[in-house]
Design a protein. Structure first.
Length: 136
């Protein structure tokens, strides 16, 4: 799904991911949906603030992976057009008085795996922040 690079676009991304997860059998009020929505919301908010290029959308993809019929992993990806502004693989803790800077710490704490890679597919510049949640 593609969204405008605005706070409204980031909120809409989170909402539509919740709808899609509900369609897949992960209810809105369940732990899995709440966690995956956060794994989308934080990178989407960062994309709006740090990865925004006027006129270029951010993209969100949530996909189930499984060697069998039921998904074993849910993967969330948020892609923005700014390749040069990649987050650190080990997020730094903000000062106690800082009002922001905790989003990727939440992603690191809640995801079973997460990282950053170049934009896929194609030659357009950008990066993808991804996070995976193992379904238990």
């Amino acid at each position: 799904m593609r969204f405008g690079p605005t706070p409204r676009g980031a909120r809409l991304a989170r909402h539509l991911v919740a709808v899609r997860l509900d369609e897949w059998g992960f209810p809105h009020d369940g732990d899995t949906a709440g966690t995956v929505c956060l794994l989308v919301a934080e990178p989407a908010a960062n994309a709006v603030v740090h990865g925004r290029v006027p006129g270029r959308d951010l993209a969100v993809r949530v996909s189930p992976f499984s060697p069998s019929a039921a998904p074993a992993v849910l993967r969330a990806e948020v892609t923005d057009p700014r390749d040069e502004r990649r987050p650190s693989p080990v997020p730094a803790a903000p000062a106690p008085t800082d009002e922001s800077g905790r989003g990727l710490l939440l992603v690191a704490a809640l995801a079973d795996r997460w990282g950053v890679c170049g934009r896929e597919p194609g030659p357009a510049p950008g990066k993808t922040v991804w996070a995976e949640l193992d379904l238990r």
